[in-house]
Design a protein around this ligand. Sequence first.
Ligand code: SF4
Ligand code: SF4
Length: 220
Amino acid sequence: MQRSVRMEDISDGRLYTCNDLVKADTRDCQGCSACCKGMGHSIVLDPLDIHRLITYLGNTTQELLNGNIELNVVDGIILPNLAMTGTEESCSFLNKEGRCSIHSVRPGICRLFPLGRFYENNGFQYFLQVHECPKERTKVKVKKWLDTPNIKAYEQYINQWHYFQKDLQQMLESESDDMRKKVSMYILQEFYFKPYNAEMEFYGEFEQRLNMAREVFFVS
Ligand code: SF4
Ligand code: SF4
């Protein structure tokens, strides 16, 4: 989700790579679950998030739509996000103890918080959102905070997915609502609903689907 804000208003003014130390470690959040509630549609899920969830829970994307996730328009394309439910508008994966019940497969945005990504020049770096998390935080290496194996492959995937969406959004600016809907249906089906082969490494299969989608939409 793209945001139009000034970096100096929301960050400490620095950009970080995955090897940098950043004051992001909330030390297990101890008693706080603030960013698991009232987040609206903002925890947008990428294809790896859904793949991890359905592999761990043993269900399908369609089944997740029964309360765990929902579909909304993000920058012109329909994408899934974590659903906030009940009177407290809590994530459905937040348990009674205020802990994440799917911690090992939590989505990328949950792993990232209170960091964000700043995209420029066909790449991205991380920044610290200084107003988003009330906890006293200590320094941690960005890649340790992300808790994601094979960080370079993950970052390449995040980058590919981001710039693909950006290209799609640009292409769709001059298209009809009907075309936007058709493109969104393709994206949902190919990247979110069609299961990834568990035997095959996710990133390789994702890249195949991405190359195919680029051919469909951008090669005339
Ligand atoms: S607001 Fe900060 S301390 Fe609270 S749950 Fe989120 S990351 Fe953890
Ligand atoms: S998936 Fe876990 S960490 Fe993310 S919002 Fe839900 S409960 Fe919180």
